[in-house]
Write a protein that binds this ligand. Structure first.
Ligand SMILES: [Zn+2]
Length: 737
């Protein structure tokens, strides 16, 4: 295996860290992806610390320019040489790059091409495609050894069934494999007409570029298929020279967005590559999409069809295709599933099926950050609409703690005890769902942030309440529900005053109000806060068109399930707590079950508060604890080294968020962006400490030597040793590496 360069794991800047998990649309392919190291790369000059072009597009671009060809070493593309094939592939590319001995290049290309074709003719399609992938992968920037997930995708692609449906987890590189599959099919039959339809025109254009400008332009196996001057060759379509000789000519490969005007085109093989987007999440939108796909079907009613995609919702188009049966009850589509992770049926472990890309821990992290529904749908690829009626929020997932809600400090950590709190009312919770005591640690710490969230009443009915939730966050990543209230009173003014009073009472540091930009609830509340002498700005949030039930569950379920939400006993026992429980246990994915008069104002407010700090409530606890410990060194940050501090030389702007990032993650040692991170400082500090100890030991050795040999001891030296003792001791105590 080729040696990989060591991976540098740099701490992300505060801005870049806050951006992780946000949805970003790639400026090239138009795909919306969550920002992570796997989807975008970090870039200081980029938008909030990240590239605006996704990694896949960057790879395609580099491959097109052959920019990476010169970076490539021979060793890079011979991972496991089991026969002479890799040597041949290697030699072919080296010759092609240097353009020496074109005859030999052709000879090698023809040999390899014949091997691929012969395997196909012998009915060994899997071997044939595998060999083709080996020949073509040096063209792919950032190629990673495929995993078990790709066997599933390839099985679906090369199957001989006329209709194949392949559901794969996101980020499975299915588009790259599909582009290779398209090139393989065209190589085997240059007269074949292939049409690829994606959800967006940009995505479709990328598919065409990959096949045309990367593979056909650069791979000697495919050179004879490159369009000549007489051929159709544009951003949407191209033609092989071979197809010119036949009457039925036309484009060899056409790539379109699903909304393009398609009549008039024809194809032998139609591929739907991700036609369903994240926005297709309601039965209505999916209905529209299915209609579009039916039109597409008419282009190639009897030909071969492949649909590749990932479930976006329980109403997914793909699920409906999978359920389709013909008159005899036989499924129309052959269904293939390609999961990125598998759950160990024995223990609770999660295994990656593409270890080169995602570790097992990535799977565990993902599992922890989503709801059971999200995990089943997006990871396990199980599309079961019945889950939409489930009510997954349970009071037993809270950690119940007896503590003064007005106190400014709280135990650093709270564990699960498994001890039922029988004395506290369970209100409207179903039988068996009870409160459980948490086990708080002895050490107390300050809250780092207090979020108040307000769900203004819809105003339709006089009895509607204004939902208010106050949530404080601990540096250890624990959220404490300090207050819940459905504010209802004789008139609007009184209600507003009460809401403002709650903000002041609990010293809220952030205020979130569910309201559209045009709404005036927030502005009115701001005025009341000024009158109270507690001015603060309102941050407006909107549901973003997401279903209410889904939004509430997706905000609350992961931190509740992870044991990161603490409910104070006094809150649970109050009447408002009762209202809250009654609302909580009724929330289902499919919006409010039951009747329209069911309220969810308090639960909704808590969901908004939790969503605001979700990042810190689900992230790795040990990381947060380490950050918390490191933050205790913060006072030493700018104290010079010789005085026992950490010697940060720059006093740059301090963290405007008061020690907390926009994601609610505590950020020790904030300075200007180019100053050293806390981690770097600590490493430097460690080196300094080691040097100081070495120097002191050397001085001590001299003194001891003098004493042993009866020489006069240098008093100055003794003083220096003594003086060094204090900072060394201090630093050893604070050492955390
Ligand atoms: Zn992209």
């Amino acid at each position: 295996m080729a040696k990989k360069p060591p991976v540098t794991r740099r701490k992300l800047s505060a801005v870049a860290r806050a951006e992780v998990g946000q949805i970003r649309e790639c400026d090239r392919c138009g795909e919306s992806k969550e920002v992570t190291n796997k989807t975008y790369s970090t870039l200081v000059k980029g938008l909030r610390g990240w590239h605006t072009t996704c990694r896949v597009c960057q790879g395609v671009e580099r491959a097109e320019k052959r920019a990476f060809a010169s970076e490539r070493l021979a060793a890079d593309f011979i991972p496991e040489s089991i026969d002479d094939t890799d040597d041949m592939i290697n030699e072919m590319y080296l010759l092609a790059e240097t353009q020496r001995n074109p005859a030999r290049t052709d000879e090698l290309a023809t040999l390899l091409r014949e091997r691929v074709t012969t395997l196909h003719k012998d009915g060994e399609d899997l071997e044939s495609f595998r060999l083709f992938v080996r020949c073509i992968r040096p063209m792919v920037a950032g190629w990673k050894t495929p995993g078990a997930i790709h066997d599933d995708i390839i099985d679906g692609l090369i199957s001989t069934h006329r209709r194949r449906l392949i559901i794969a987890t996101r980020y499975s590189a299915k588009s790259t494999i599909t582009s290779m599959y398209v090139a393989w099919r065209i190589m085997l039959d240059p007269l074949l007409k292939v049409m690829v339809v994606s959800k967006g025109a940009k995505l479709a254009a990328r598919m065409l570029r990959t096949v045309r400008r990367v593979y056909f332009a650069n791979c000697p196996l495919l050179h004879h298929l490159e369009p000549t001057e007489d051929c159709l060759d544009n951003a949407e379509q191209f033609q092989t020279p071979q197809s010119l000789s036949v009457v039925t000519g036309g484009a060899t490969l056409s790539c379109f967005g699903v909304t393009s005007d398609l009549p008039g085109y024809r194809s032998d093989l139609t591929i739907g590559d991700d036609v369903e987007g994240p926005k297709d999440d309601t039965p209505e939108k999916v209905g529209d999409l299915i209609e579009t796909l039916n039109e597409l079907h008419m282009i190639n009613p009897t030909g071969e069809k492949i649909m590749l995609g990932t479930y976006q919702s329980e109403f997914s188009t793909y699920a409906q295709l999978a359920d389709k049966v013909d008159d005899e009850g036989t499924p129309v589509w052959e269904h293939h599933r390609a999961c990125m992770f598998e759950e160990d049926p024995e223990g609770k472990g999660i295994r990656s099926r593409w270890p080169e890309m995602f570790s097992d821990k990535d799977g565990v992290d993902w599992r922890r950050s989503v709801t059971a529904r999200g995990w089943r749908l997006h990871a396990m690829l199980i599309c079961d609409p019945s889950i939409l009626n489930e009510k997954p929020l349970k009071i037993s997932d809270f950690l119940l703690v007896r503590h003064d809600p007005k106190a400014l400090q709280f135990p650093v950590s709270v564990g699960r005890s498994g001890v039922k709190a029988d004395q506290v009312s369970t209100w409207g919770a179903p039988k068996g769902d009870v409160w459980y005591h948490g086990t708080p640690s002895e050490r107390l710490t300050d809250y780092v942030q207090t979020i108040a969230a307000v769900d203004p009443a819809s105003g339709l009915a006089g009895r509607d309440a204004i939902g208010v939730a106050v949530l404080s966050v601990l540096p250890s990543g624990l959220g404490v529900v300090r207050h819940l209230e459905g504010v209802r009173g004789p008139d609007k003014d009184t209600n507003m005053k009460r809401v403002a009073a709650i903000m002041k009472e609990y010293g809220a540091s952030h205020l979130v109000v569910e309201e559209t930009v045009e709404g005036f609830f927030g502005a009115t509340l701001e005025n009341h806060l000024i009158m109270l002498g507690y001015p603060m700005t309102v941050e407006k949030v909107t549901s973003g068109g997401q279903k209410k039930g889904v939004r509430i569950i997706e905000a609350l379920a992961p931190p509740m399930g992870a044991g990161r939400l603490v409910m104070l006993e006094s809150v649970a026992e109050s009447d408002h707590g009762g209202d809250f429980v009654n609302q909580l246990v009724k929330v289902s994915y499919d919006g409010r079950t039951g009747k329209a008069k069911d309220h969810d104002d308090i639960v909704d407010a808590l969901a908004h508060a939790v969503a605001k700090v979700k990042g810190s409530l689900i992230s790795d606890r040990s990381e947060l604890m380490a950050d918390f410990e490191a933050s205790r060194l913060e006072p030493l940050r700018f104290v010079p080294l010789r005085q026992g501090g950490l010697g940060g030389s720059d006093h740059g702007p301090r963290n405007p968020h008061g020690g907390i990032g926009s994601h609610g993650i505590p950020l020790p040692g904030i300075g200007p962006e180019d100053s050293m991170s806390m981690g770097e400082l600590l490493i430097e500090e460690d080196i300094v400490l080691t040097k100081m100890i070495a120097r002191r030991d050397a001085l001590q050795h001299v003194v001891r030597d003098d004493i042993t040999h009866g020489r006069q001891v240098d008093q100055d030296m003794v003083c220096r040793i003594k003086a060094m003792g204090v900072p060394i001791k201090g630093r050893q105590e604070n050492q955390c590496l």
